[in-house]
Design a binder for this molecule. Structure first.
Ligand SMILES: O=C(O)[C@H](O)[C@H](O)[C@@H](O)CO
Ligand SMILES: [Mg+2]
Length: 390
């Protein structure tokens, strides 16, 4: 079997979006005095879809959400020539070709995200060519079904957050992730607001359910050191991305500071990036995203690394490419899960582009043993709300 063609298209969402709200989610731009509209630089309203066709007519689907237009350019100009005419079963060799050919300027960020998209499409082909779901090629079914946590609860008014938590508690979720709205730029009032929201959600879900707290790189080491002791009484299962991804020593200091585990990894890349995080004990939960980190070829290796370090893997964002990695290893106890809703930050765009995503039932997800490849097809019902760039 040989790769005959690679097609990368950018799906730009032109449909309805939830307007950005103030203090929606702390983020790396908050520290800048000029940053007026929070999260504006972290709204992903486009997605690049990669379709790789083989000489025997199998089409594999890959995807990338980070800087999709740049990712497409990298795929078109650099990665496609490296995989055309090659056997997709030589996926490690092809991954190394893409990684080494772009090493001088790639390694992390959008280049690794572009490599991930091509790699996902290759694995989709592999599964389809042997009529097996991808997780069966990685280690098979390690769970009867996948526990998942409800991920949203962005900062808004307290009553609305409590109503949202109650709604998904009633749907059977037992694990919830919420976002802080405030950070170092918001002073002691922001600290109080942050604590008020955590307390309010705990009032709804109680202490028999898990609560995870997300900073999305919006704090700094000093602020996080002030906040962690104040958060201990709320027993969060983890505190996520308290500082910017490059502050690995900051992560490591925070991870030893209190009883609260520090999580991260959705902005880390490649096996080497996670070796560094684990060697420094920077995180107690690894959260790569398979469409960023280097695809399935890289994520599968990181799963093994995490197993060796006894650090759980809970991939970012849910989405099918991550579910196969969670299903295929005991090192991954659960998945993140965003239900389908109006396009806001953009993680939800996945539901508008692809068909096949499992819907959580009572806080669990199921994958189909009989659905070959990643198990995704292209959705048509929202196509008129996308501008597609070939
Ligand atoms: O952990 C996450 O889900 C990410 O950090 C979100 O995608 C991001 O939108 C901030 O919540
Ligand atoms: Mg996160």
């Amino acid at each position: 079997m040989k790769i005959k063609s690679v097609r990368a298209r950018v799906f730009e969402w032109k449909g309805k979006t939830v307007p950005p709200q103030g203090n929606f989610c702390s983020n790396a731009m908050d520290l800048l005095y000029s940053n007026k509209e929070t999260m504006s630089t972290f709204r992903f309203h486009a997605w690049t879809v990669v379709e790789i066709e083989t000489d025997d007519g199998i089409i594999g689907l890959g995807n990338v959400a980070l800087a999709p237009h740049i990712a497409k350019a990298i795929i078109d100009q650099y990665l496609t020539p490296l995989v055309l005419g090659q056997d997709p079963w030589d996926y490690e060799y092809l991954w190394q070709r893409m990684y080494r050919a772009t090493h001088a300027w790639g390694r992390k960020g959008v280049t690794m995200a572009a490599i991930s998209a091509v790699d996902l499409a290759i694995w989709d082909i592999l599964g389809k060519s042997v009529n097996k779901p991808v997780f069966k090629l990685l280690g098979g079914r390690t769970k009867e079904k996948i526990p998942c946590y409800y991920s949203k609860l962005y900062r808004t008014d307290i009553k609305a957050m409590q109503d949202e938590a109650q709604k998904y508690l009633d749907q059977g979720f037992t694990m919830f992730k919420s976002r802080f709205g405030y950070g170092p730029a918001h002073g002691t009032k922001g600290v109080a607001e942050n604590l008020k929201a955590v307390e309010a959600i705990r009032e709804v879900i109680g202490y028999d359910n898990d609560l995870m707290l997300e900073c999305y790189m919006g704090w700094n080491l000093e602020y996080a050191k002030r906040m962690l002791p104040k958060l201990e009484k709320f027993q969060p299962r983890w505190l996520e991305e308290p500082v910017i991804a490059d502050d690995i020593d900051g992560y490591a200091e925070l991870n030893q500071l209190t009883s609260i585990p520090i999580s991260g990894g959705e902005h880390e890349f490649s096996l080497y990036g996670f070796k560094q995080l684990l060697d420094k004990k920077a995180v107690s939960v690894v959260q790569y995203d398979t469409n960023r980190v280097g695809g399935i070829t890289a994520a599968h290796k990181i799963n093994a690394l995490c197993e060796a370090y006894s650090v759980p893997v809970i991939p970012h964002a849910g989405q099918m490419h991550n579910y196969h990695l969670t299903m295929s290893t005991l090192a991954s106890p659960m998945s993140e899960y965003f239900p389908m809703f109006d396009v806001e930050v953009g993680n939800e765009l996945f539901y508008y582009i692809f068909d096949g995503e499992p819907v959580a039932e009572n806080g669990f997800l199921q994958l189909d043993d009989n659905k070959p490849g990643l198990g995704l097809t292209m959705k048509t019902e929202y196509l008129d709300q996308f501008q597609i760039i070939e």
